[in-house]
Design a protein around this ligand. Sequence first.
Ligand SMILES: [Zn+2]
Length: 409
Amino acid sequence: MTSKRLYYQNAYTTHFEANIIERVRNNNGQTAVVLDQTYFYPTSGGQPFDTGTINNIPVTDVTIREKDEALLHWLDTTSLWDDKIAGQLNWPRRFDHMQQHTGQHILSQAFIQIAQAETIGFHLSDNSLTIDLNTSQLSPSQVEAAEFLANQIIWQNRPIHIRSVTLEQAQKLALRKLPPVRQGTLRLIEIEKFDLTACGGTHVSQTGAVGIIKIVKLERQNNQLRVEFACGQRALHDYRLKNSLVNQLTAELTTGTDDLLPSVLRTREELKDARRRLKKQQEQLLYFEADTLLKKGKMVGNTAVITRVFTTEEIDPGQLRVLGSHLSQSGQVIALLGLAGQKSQLLFCRSQDAPGEMNQLIKSALQVLGSAAGGGSAMMAQGGGPGTDKERVQQAIDKAERLLLGQIR
Ligand SMILES: [Zn+2]
């Protein structure tokens, strides 16, 4: 014995009484009941399940049992003693599904009439509504025309009829979609003089209740086109969100809606230009910095030994490397450079004709920073440690300098 699916005839009833005819428990200890009749819609045909309550206990899922097509109402409890129950549907959720699903029928037919594009996939979830069309060759004007036709059908407020026919009768009708052949009767949904299709979902009774259909995104996938759209309250929600975004952007950029895009493009160009100029100036500054450091260098024999600790606010790791490279190409030089901040960093380098093993020196210096992550060659070595202040990095550089002077004096 399976449940009578009362939502087939009436999608608007939200309160009903029924009898429990079976209790089920799954491996996770969750309980479900089968009712002799129900208005709860199970996940099927691209449409999600209804929620609500049975005797005030939340219904968390509604599924179809494969072997006999019984509807399992999964409950947020382990015990439900009464056989007589009162069911109540979550109406806002149900109505949302009705709006979106009916809108899908309308839009699918509109794409056929405008572009002979057939719907081969439909997906409805809490935050997404899409159809897949069997073509990727649609022009923007065709998409707009289909959207406009769909909305005209809504504004004409056409009645939507539910019909039951035999498979034989169905085959003689011009159905948009014939489901996989089964026995018994077929449930047809007819949008008067516009669309006729087989469907088991819940729909509004007149097209006007869909409110509006707005296509929000197109996505080409091989030879198909995925059309994302929003109907009724979802379209309103989407419009609110985007309207608020546009208002915030126009206020932020002190411009009108029409000027928004040019303004953003202009700002982006200006930013690119400013970055370019900044980079150039930073490079010049690094040359200047290298010159200053060279003048202050300690002469040991013919070698200038340069030490300097920067903060991450003054210079970034990339610039530190550029500075090291400038210095080691400016005569007989050894440069012991450090960076203090969120992360500490050391960069030791020398010119080809200067003495010293940078990879050895950096290992000793990194110990001061509590790090072993570093290495390199005799001419150039670098390494980093946890964040620390300038004094600590200076201690690491001082240690390296002492060792170096001991070696080359
Ligand atoms: Zn449907």
